[in-house]
Design a protein around this ligand. Structure first.
Ligand SMILES: [Zn+2]
Length: 315
């Protein structure tokens, strides 16, 4: 079966079954300062149920993984997924555990296709909903990492966000976990007892590959390793494997840091003047120099890049 998913069309309406949910205990230790550091930023908080892993169980597993590593993350929330008492109660668990809650628009529109006015109103609509949570902070994450296709669109929104006290909740390490998640759920729909180990392996390898790529690009462009913010999603894949992902970074001697610590890095104050605007902030800064075009594909990440690899592995 062919999955026609790309970042823009990404939907979550695939039913599934999950056979087992395993989380192991780990020991924490610190990494040397010169090693790269990475924070977790998670988009699209959403607690739709799946046949054997409810939204509540998935949420609990993700929070447990962060807790095991004593890590505070940022969760970027789209209002339409939480605008009811049941779901916002689950989001409150993030608040209670000290994670940072950021704005990811109410409707998750694709900014290049929407007027500035309409999009700005959608950000404020989400703010009204989320500001009831004490851990709400004015970080804004563009859905699809799309910050505008013209300089006018880009700069209008930059000015709007600044006027309203927002910072861009930039990503340094972009990835396609959402695509791997879609394929995993498709597989479970066909075969509820499928062996998920190869999906775990693919996922960890994919994130590691992207982490190395963006860290190398950071060293090229900034002359140093930025404090990284990894973009992943609140999905089944991370309900199953977030703990393994965090352990992988530790095994490779990367430090895990709280997202608000990461956002203190000066790289997040930069505002590269490129169009189309968006992508990873490291990618965008590299693009702006004009010196790295051989290392830069567009978009930076997409399911289309991962599809042939997953097809070859029959995943
Ligand atoms: Zn999103």
């Amino acid at each position: 079966m062919k999955l026609k998913l790309n970042r823009r069309q990404f939907t979550r309406n695939i039913s599934l079954g999950i056979a087992a949910l395993g989380l192991s205990r780990i020991t924490s230790f610190s990494s040397p300062n010169k090693q790269p550091q990475v924070a977790i930023t998670m988009d699209d908080f959403d607690v739709y149920d799946t046949p054997t892993l409810s939204g509540m169980a998935r949420n609990r597993a993700i929070l447990a993984a962060l807790n095991q590593h004593n890590l505070k993350a940022s969760i970027f929330v789209t209002g339409k997924y939480v605008d009811n008492e049941t779901n916002i109660a689950l989001l409150r668990l993030w608040n209670k555990e000290g994670h940072t809650i950021g704005n990811h628009t109410y409707s998750h529109w694709y900014y290049p296709d929407v007027s500035f006015q309409k999009y700005a109103e959608d950000i404020l609509r989400n703010e009204i909903l989320l500001k009831q949570l004490p851990r709400y902070r004015k970080y804004f994450r563009f859905p699809f990492l799309k910050e505008g296709n013209t300089s006018e669109q880009r700069d209008q929104m930059r000015a709007f966000l600044q006027d309203h006290g927002y910072r861009n909740g930039h990503v340094t390490i972009d990835a396609s976990d959402w695509y791997v998640d879609g394929r995993l759920r498709e597989r479970l729909k066909r075969d509820p007892k499928a062996d998920l180990a190869p999906y775990r392996e693919f996922y960890l390898n994919h994130i590691w590959d992207r982490a190395i790529y963006y860290d190398n690009l950071s060293r090229e462009v900034l002359g140093r390793s930025a404090r990284h913010t990894l973009l992943i999603h609140h999905n089944v894949l991370n309900g199953l494997f977030l703990n393994d992902l965090l352990q992988m970074f530790r095994n490779k001697d990367w430090g895990l840091i709280d997202s608000e610590e990461a956002y203190k890095d000066s790289v997040f104050s930069s505002a590269p003047k490129i169009v189309p605007a968006g992508e990873s902030i490291i990618w965008a800064l590299a693009k702006e120099t004009g010196r790295f075009d051989k290392m830069l594909r567009y978009p930076g990440e997409d399911g289309d890049y991962e599809k042939p690899k997953m097809d070859a592995l029959r995943l």
